[in-house]
Design a protein around this ligand. Structure first.
Ligand code: GLA
Length: 384
């Protein structure tokens, strides 16, 4: 009896451990920081041959290879072949963003009656955590036994003007359901504000293989947050109905992007936060994108209340990426799951305040399919 139940217990434990067990993780050196610190790159591979490469500088997704409808693998994120590309000025390709994703208006906010002043790195405003946000930090990596990659970073009290020592953990998993899953958590020792995201630039045709305009985009949102000339939300939640911001049905990104619309002009295209339709606090579908020529589909689910849909309006062909490919205007799109921009100055928006004793926790999943079907890579060779 005893033997039986311990065998059952072992089976149970084995079952729990195999959840991600097919994902393999390995690492290699990727380059050296100017101070000599070695940066490592981690390769996560799932049972179907999907592969994500992530480095501990910026916690950056460097490449993400998924199959098209013929089974041919392609890299669907923009980036560089070596660390040097990421050390030069570049627009946050694949990086983790913090302490505050997107903009804080006039580079200041007030918390508990105290005003905090932040660096201005985007006109009058603070963008993506300031001059040296989490995208430009070296994270401490740890390979997990389930094939996941854990990255931790301690953002010191006062760093980039933000209060409190913030201890951040981000875990990447590549599951056998072809999902890149990102779990973010953080704790603080003083009241602060937090808004973490990932800034991958996707092109489901393949990075550097043309623009994003033909992708069919669906955003699960009835309203969005219109912005002023500095791309700071005005505070209004505007219905998308009857506007070029209505992506409730799959619509090509390019079909309305050049319309004479005040908000499109301010963003130079789409560069706005959509207010997600959601129930409860769990993972909920935020976006679905399909690239008709390759059949690649990406679904984004998140626990967050908003998503920044940015169409690469500042890409201008001056950056040469992986394989020497040039990244021109609208060569990719970003879907940054987040709280709304400038929430610290907008009491009506969901709060981004984190207090000692609380744990910030959010999850975002990018799932890859082909024309809505799950795919299997590397099928066993056919018997002759
Ligand atoms: C975000 C912003 C954009 C732009 C990119 C990075 O998506 O909303 O305006 O700054 O980051 O270039």
């Amino acid at each position: 009896m005893l033997a039986l139940s311990s065998a059952a217990a072992i089976l149970f434990i084995a079952g729990a451990v195999t959840m991600h067990a097919a994902t393999k993780i390995s690492h290699a050196d990727f380059g050296k920081m100017p101070d000599g610190t070695i940066i490592q790159i981690f390769t996560l591979t799932n049972a179907h041959g999907v592969e994500a490469r992530i480095m501990n500088y910026g916690g950056t997704v460097v490449s993400l290879k998924t199959p098209d409808r013929t089974g041919a693998k392609g890299d669907v994120v923009l980036g560089f072949d070596s660390l040097e590309g990421y050390l030069a000025p570049e627009p946050y390709f694949g990086a983790l963003i913090g302490r505050y994703g997107n903009r804080i208006g006039h580079a200041k906010f007030t918390l508990n009656g105290k005003e905090y002043t932040l660096p201005k790195n985007d006109g009058e405003n603070t963008l993506h955590g300031g001059l040296r946000g989490f995208d430009k930090r070296v994270w401490t990596p740890r390979e997990l036994r389930d094939g996941g990659l854990e990255l931790t970073y301690l953002s010191k009290d006062g760093e980039e003007g933000f209060p409190g020592n913030l201890s951040v953990t981000v875990v990447y998993h590549l599951t056998d359901a072809n999902e890149l899953k990102i779990d973010y958590s953080a704790t603080t020792d003083k009241d602060t504000v937090v808004n973490l995201t990932n800034h991958s630039y996707f092109n489901l045709k393949g990075a550097g293989l043309g623009d994003n305009l033909g992708h069919l985009m669906m955003l699960n949102a009835d309203t969005f947050t219109p912005v002023d000339a500095g791309l700071i939300p005005t505070g209004e939640l505007r219905p998308v109905d009857g506007t070029p911001f209505d992506f409730r049905k799959p619509t090509p990104i390019g079909s309305r992007i050049e319309q004479n619309d005040e908000q499109l002009k301010l963003g130079k295209g789409y560069d706005h936060n959509w207010v997600l339709n959601r129930k409860g606090t769990g993972l909920s579908l935020a976006a679905r994108v399909e690239e008709p020529t390759t059949g690649r589909v990406m679904e984004v689910s998140t626990t967050e209340p908003g998503i920044q849909f940015y169409t690469g309006n500042f890409l201008d062909g001056t950056l040469k990426g992986k394989g020497g490919k040039v990244y021109g205007l609208r060569a990719a799109f970003c879907l940054e799951t987040q709280h709304y921009p400038d929430s610290p100055n907008k009491p009506s928006f969901p709060s981004t305040v984190l207090k000692p004793g609380q744990t910030y926790r959010t999850t975002t999943v990018y799932k890859f399919l082909v024309n809505g079907r799950a795919f299997k890579m590397n099928p066993p060779p056919k018997k002759k």
